[in-house]
Design a protein. Sequence first.
Length: 281
Amino acid sequence: MKFGASTFIWVSPFSNATLDLADKVRKMGFDILEICIEDPKTIDPKSIRQRLEKTGIEALICGAFGPDRDASSEDPAVRGQAVDYIKKCIDFARELKSPVVAGPMYSAVGKTRLLSKDEKQKQWQLAVDSLRKAGDYAGEHGVKLAIEPLNRFETDFINTVEQGLELLDQIANPNVGFLLDTFHMNIEEKDVAAAIRRAGSKIFHFHTCENDRGTPGTGHVEWSSVRDSLKDAGYEGPVVIEAFNSEIKEIARAVALWRPLAASPDSLAVDGLHFLKQLFS
């Protein structure tokens, strides 16, 4: 089992000015740095690759999906931007040797509407069409897409594994699977372990975060059942801590983070990693 840390724990956006994060997470004992592509213009794959290779850290790529990257938008121009952005993330993933591009790429985060049945069906079809294109491009470049269900306060679209499986069935591309996240699952799934087992071989990536979005092991997530269900699902991929820095106002507002959830970002990462290594040992 390899363990990773999200760049969101410390910075936003990631850029050449924050490459020292690779050294930081290596010294902490992580294997992976998950890089969020907020602004592709800040991403310099050559410099990032050189630093990662120097430190011995692997990369994983996740996306950030705002209103102008909405794969289910009724505006074809916006859908086109979403697909183009996902393709850009795939290009970065290929250059940085990330096996996946992950994130809630089916819609814009924060989009919450009470749609009629017909409107909802149209939204689904638009997302399916967009993600088929992105999935085909990913497959051509040796990269997988990992779609993340979010909690009800962040999306009206895909909240549960059951809904996600329906979307994956409609996309019908074995190269497209799940990113599951314990924070969102704790809110939406009636039985987190059962949902993980149901996702099974479709799990391509996994995020760990406590029920309050803080340090794994400090809240009421049933971690032993998470571990056991991942084993039953046959998942042997990376386990990444994704948390957010309350000092970064734009991100804190977007994820409703109104107070620090640990003494510092470093302590959240170090303590979380220590807990996860013990859990999975």
